[in-house]
Design a protein around this ligand. Structure first.
Ligand code: CP
Length: 315
């Protein structure tokens, strides 16, 4: 595996899971792999879990880690080619990326959708330049259209908590005061489609995700109906894809509540975090014994370490 930007970069889903359970059982057993290797984590956007878990995963493998917050102390970066750089951006990605690549053995990049242009976001303007010009393996730490380390952690968590071979997994849209990217839901759906789980997506009309990610996954517009018999409820807000970046609804009837969870098959509640309580999910649900958001977040170390182990073994 040269880069990790989606589920398709894993050698196979099964091998990914095997590596994940191996590093979870023996987190410090592969420290020689990262000896004298440096990982640079580039953050164009804020983070709590991704920053800490990826750093810990790399350190568990013996790597040195350097973290750069691009918006705090680095030069402002131009991303478009052909621009006359007479504004506030002092450096172009086309120089910055290979320079960073010359200091690193692996680079992690977080760069969210900017909602200025659907085309620009869905072409992954920043991540793709790192892949193309850095000269080293690149790991997506959430890009404009996908969050594969999160989806991998979600998959590991479902495997750990499922009570039947083919659980019913329901991803539900939930209200939020701000316009959020589609990266987490896109990536979750794309990843779940590689499993044999029963996947149902539920959201209000107007929140349809790109067909590139949805394929033939069932959309159920009646949230109550979708929840019936569910083994896992995965809640997430996203802004409209068709009416790009717009908030079409803040309907709190879509908040995941105790009443909604009572429709399920004693489902486990999942969310990637951070989460807005009593918008996306009630206090009662997220604090209930069926909430697995903390072990889900803990598995972010596991997914990152499995990915880095596979990459380091090929360096
Ligand atoms: N789930 C997730 O990626 O969390 P952060 O944004 O805090 O990294």
């Amino acid at each position: 595996m040269k880069h990790f930007t989606s589920v398709y970069d894993l050698p196979s889903l099964q091998q990914g899971l095997e590596e994940a359970f191996l590093v979870k059982k023996n987190p410090y057993g592969f420290q020689n792999l990262g000896k004298n290797k440096t990982m640079i984590l580039m953050f164009f956007n804020s983070s709590l879990r991704t920053r800490l878990s990826t750093q810990k995963a790399a350190q568990n493998l013996g790597m040195n880690v350097i973290v750069l917050d691009v918006n705090q102390g680095a030069w402002k970066l131009e991303t478009e080619r052909g621009v006359i750089m007479d504004g506030d951006k002092a450096e172009h990605l086309l120089e910055a990326v290979p320079v960073i690549g010359s200091y690193a053995d692996v680079i992690g990049v977080r760069s969210f959708a900017r909602f200025e242009s659907k085309e620009e976001d869905y072409n992954e303007v920043i991540l793709s330049q790192f892949v193309q010009y850095s000269g080293v393996p690149v790991v997506s730490m959430e890009a404009a259209t996908r969050h594969p380390l999160q989806s991998f952690a979600d998959h590991i968590t479902i495997e750990e908590y499922k009570k039947v071979d083919k659980p019913k997994v329901v991803m539900t849209w939930a209200p939020h005061p701000r316009a959020l990217p589609q990266a987490v839901p896109n990536s979750f759906v794309e990843w779940m489609r590689q499993t044999d789980y029963e996947l149902v997506v539920t959201h209000p009309e107007g929140y349809e995700l790109s067909s590139e990610f949805m394929g033939d996954v069932k959309v159920e517009y009646d949230q109550n109906k979708a929840f019936e018999g569910a083994d896992f409820i995965y809640a997430k807000n996203w802004a409209s894809f068709n009416d790009y970046g717009k908030i079409l609804s803040q309907d709190r009837n879509w908040t995941v509540s105790e009443e909604k969870m009572a429709l399920t098959n004693h489902a486990k509640f999942m969310h990637c975090l951070p989460v807005r309580r009593n918008m996306v999910v009630t206090d009662g649900v997220i604090e209930s014994p069926d909430s697995i958001v903390i072990p889900e977040a803990a598995n972010r170390v596991v997914s990152a370490q499995a990915v880095l182990k596979i990459i380091l073994e090929k360096l």
